[in-house]
Write a protein that binds this ligand. Sequence first.
Ligand code: NAD
Length: 694
Amino acid sequence: MSEVVSYRLEGDIGVIGVDYPPVNALGQGVREGLVNCLRQGLEDDQAKALVVIGEGRTFPAGADIREFGKPPAGPALPDVINEYESSDKLVIAAIHGTALGGGLEVALGCDYRVALESAKVGLPEVKLGLLPGAGGTQRLPRLVGAKAALDMIVGGNPVKAKDAYKVGIVDEVVGGDLLEGALAYARKLVAENAPLRKIRDLDVKKEEADLFTNYEKSIARKQRGFKAPFHCIKAVQAAVELPFEDGMKRERELFAELLVSPESRAQRHVFFAEREVAKVPGLPKDTAKRDVKSAAIIGAGTMGGGIAMNFANAGIPVKILEVKEDALERGIAVIRKNYENTAKKGRITQEQVEQRMALIQPTLSYDDLGDVDLVIEAVFENMDVKKAVFTELDRVCKPGAILATNTSTLDVNRIASFTQRPEDVVGMHFFSPANVMKLLENVRGEKTSDEVVATVMDLSRRIGKVGVLVGVCHGFVGNRMLHKRQAEAVQLVNEGANPAQVDKVLFDLGFPMGPFAMSDLAGMDVGYRIREELRKEDPDNAPPRNWTDDLVEQGRLGQKTQAGVFDYKEGDRTPVPSSEVDALIAKFREENGIQSRDISDQEILERCMYIMVNEGAKILEEGIAARPLDVDVIWIYGYGFPVYRGGVLFWADSVGLKTIYDKVSQIHQETGSDTWKPAALLEKLAKEGKGFYS
Ligand code: NAD
């Protein structure tokens, strides 16, 4: 077996090279090799100093995820780093690529660090619900001060070599060949008789007294419900307040708590699920993908404009078509304003604004679309309008062009049938605001070809989205589950809950907002129009009228009219309970002979969440989503379901499917409602004592 770490002499400097593709992860073999080669270097009389370097594309980029969940095999990383820090010869880390997590912690166990300008360093453990557990929380504050360490450890984002140099993580940024630069730097240190520099022996710079409480306060809102960021703060505080050895012990304890915490388990689940969704079960890996070098969007409204921005942001030229000049101008002006606002916040330069605008080409004529590789339709949600658009697209688009629809509720198979090429038609369901929201439900129609599916899944990634493949049904995966929950929230209010109470229960579970604040944000008229449409088309299956219909008819459409289920003060998005709405609800109950009762928070939680779990199970049964993880990723990236709960179905497993099934059956018996009919899959898993993921 070839050694994953090797030692060699380069003149008077010993070089420890890590060669464990693809990213030199710190697996057992690497850890053992690092120790053995260090010992070799220390015994080598000709080596005046030692350099540690990664072969291939990077310095060790972190722990070996293949070891996750397996029993630990020695030597442990903290012990490896401890040996490096105990070396009586100078050790220099030579960094390129990404020195992340354990990788950076190894570098911090060395005396000095040199890096290529293109390198990045960081401690991203917090993103998996963990903290750097090999001394990172104790050494980094000693090197750069507690405040800068908090920013890196709690934020978890990598920093560029130049910035790492500025704060003192990196001692020298080198150009050209890294090894040459590192050897030269090592020789310079030797020539200058530079002292050993053990970070553990450095004193932490004095900081303001209330740094840690203030830091906690500053992240409280954004990190609500997460455990790791707060444990990271505690660990850094230990570095300031305790001797090194005691601080290391504290770091260990805090790490061990996080490792078994439900929050971290959920976050690690999401991390893997996000990678897994890109792999479509049953789609051969070698399925050909079509080249998408240009795109066109039909409709420059709320969605069309945002969708076009995604393409321009990715450097893909995009045409945007409207029927009327004024609508086109309005749409383009909104896009420009969005970019200008981003530039004002300093996130892009004015030059980038112009570059992106130049990639967006407005047009009023379908004849301009003959050469584009992909078209996404985002016109009014009306089958006749869709039919007119797809008939035109079929006429003008070149063979092989992908024809996508952004419809939220209409039948993609019917839309495909308006063309002579249904195999090229697919749904690409963006979420609003389309330039911001990461989720993209790609909808496979009955006739959509594998090639088209593979292409849109790949394209999702290129335009910065998390693409999830779903099948055709009303509302697809996300909205289908959402609509059930929204209807149940209304029903709870019919029976006696008040809207603010319902919202608070779901907010407390970790949603960014409750169901009613959400419908106020989206516009109450959206759901109203869908219900009215159903009442016209399919009166037998349409939902009965309720108090939200009264609200809309009185002009309370949500935030845009400063009045919906809640009231809103001008320029303020905070929902304020409304006495007018309370009166409407009371009137509705009276007219329908409903005796209002007290409804507990627990009942709200169960009914709003279990109804989604049951619907999610039906979605899996029907093959609308291929795997539980597809449903979970949709809820996390499309609706802000808390990452630390892992997704609706992962959460359901933590509650226990038997508990959920029993409740669902009970409500079904009580109400006779079809929605509450237990999904066969839920019943089966519950009876077998299993979860969605077992
Ligand atoms: P919108 O009313 O804001 O925009 C529609 C645009 O299409 C308008 O600018 C209109 O002038 C233009 N248009 C209408 N008919 C046209 C035609 N024949 N040719 C060219 N342009 C035409 O609507 P929206 O909210 O952007 O929704 C568009 C589509 O996206 C709908 O299918 C909707 O269901 C879907 N969608 C909306 C959301 C959302 O939150 N708004 C989310 C996901 C999907």
